[in-house]
Ligand binder design. Structure first.
Ligand code: COA
Length: 172
């Protein structure tokens, strides 16, 4: 199924510290259901990030620069407030293992409490990306492990460079 469907715009929020091939897969598959996907890079996710908001958004922009129907936008504050300021009708989330369910359920219900029109749509993550997360990729790369194929090529370069800088700073 190659075609882009419907006229619905979906907002795909996340920390994307950094964007992985698992995230890319959700966006790519989402394009068979949604006309436009806004990759919304969150400033406030309760996580201490390795990359700044601008860096995370810039990396995602580069990945999707040639993908029709994908926009990348940073946002701050509550997702439920932000979504009202966009043209999105639904929020798209990826669901990996059972462990994601509880957190996703909690967020979806809280978001609906904050905004009655808030609808969350879930896509099961492709089995190839079930076990990855941004943190595990950062951990492996931080110890010199091979992360090829888990993140887009230019994300890999940025990540390795940033982790080397961090290691040097820690040793100094
Ligand atoms: N493939 C691979 N990895 C995936 C994945 C996929 N399809 N989907 C998610 N992940 C990984 C992410 O890389 C992330 O890894 P990390 O924890 O190591 O960083 C992890 O799974 C969780 O990602 P995700 O579920 O997308 O959550 P998030 O923390 O990136 O994003 C926000 C959460 C940004 C949506 C949420 O914090 C938010 O809405 N923030 C705004 C403030 C707000 O409204 N808060 C109240 C919410 S009710």
């Amino acid at each position: 199924m190659e075609k882009r469907a419907g006229c619905v715009t979906a907002l795909y929020p996340g920390t994307f510290d950094p964007l992985t091939n698992g995230h890319v897969s959700i966006v790519t598959r989402g394009l068979s259901m949604f006309h436009t996907i806004i990759v919304a890079v969150a400033e406030d996710s309760g996580k201490k990030t390795l990359f700044s908001l601008k860096e995370r958004a810039d990396m995602a922009k580069k990945v999707f620069a040639h993908t029709e129907g994908v926009k990348v936008e940073p946002f701050s504050g509550l997702l439920a407030h932000h979504v009202k300021n966009t043209e999105a009708q639904v929020v798209l989330r990826g669901m990996r293992a059972l462990s994601d369910f509880e957190n996703e359920f909690q967020m979806a219900l809280m978001n609906r409490r904050l905004c009655r029109d808030f609808q969350t749509v879930f896509l099961m993550t492709d089995y190839r990306w079930m076990y990855i997360s941004s943190s595990i990729i950062k951990e492996v790369a931080g110890h010199g492990g091979d992360i090829r194929g888990l993140v887009p090529e230019h994300v890999e370069k940025k990540l390795v460079k940033r982790l080397q800088e961090k290691n040097r700073e820690q040793k100094a």
